[in-house]
Design a protein around this ligand. Structure first.
Ligand code: SAM
Length: 155
């Protein structure tokens, strides 16, 4: 896998969510490089705007941005593996973004090359880090033919 960065709102304290992320990120070759940005204060729209300014400032200029967003498309793990190949072929720094409690501002969503949903349920942003790391590890397993991923669907 090519190197990828994760920009995430909030400081993840030691606890189950941090352990989950660390467990899967340690299996990734290479692991996701994480940039944490502080949660903004204010009304919901103001929080989104301020966090968006920080996200866009932290983003490498040529980055291929993948926004974790409930309103995005929710691929199967196999389809995510295919998307990963396409994203890597673009030869741009791959950067995932996870929003805060108020979600991502439209300026970030508009900048995204892809809006990735992990399904229609709303997950806490700190848990999304672990879910993303697990799926990115699964993508690595799918691409490498590793038995961690067992493709099976009920007939
Ligand atoms: C608590 S959620 C924000 C909820 C907010 N009302 C919204 O609609 O985006 C915090 C962040 O976690 C991520 N997230 C939560 N659930 C998700 C899902 N099902 N798919 C993709 N990302 C999700 C998104 O990046 C979101 O900005």
């Amino acid at each position: 896998m090519k190197p990828a960065r994760l920009i995430a709102i909030g400081r993840l304290k030691p606890g189950p969510e941090a352990a989950l992320f660390a467990q899967y990120n340690a299996r990734l070759r290479p692991p996701l490089a994480v940039t944490e940005l502080p949660e903004a204060r204010g009304g919901a729209a103001e929080v989104r705007r301020r966090e968006a300014a920080a996200i866009l400032a932290a983003l490498p200029e040529a980055a291929l941005l993948i926004a974790l967003d409930l309103g995005g498309t929710a691929p199967t793990s196999e389809a995510l593996a295919t998307l990963a190949e396409r994203w890597e072929a673009a030869a741009r720094p791959l950067c995932f973004v996870i929003g805060g409690a108020e979600g991502l501002d439209p300026t970030v969503l508009d900048r995204a090359a892809h809006r990735l949903s992990l399904g229609p349920l709303t997950w806490p942003h700190f848990l999304v880090r672990g879910l993303l790391a697990e799926q990115w590890y699964r993508v690595q397993a799918i691409r490498g033919g590793h038995p961690y991923h067992r493709a099976w669907r009920p007939g």
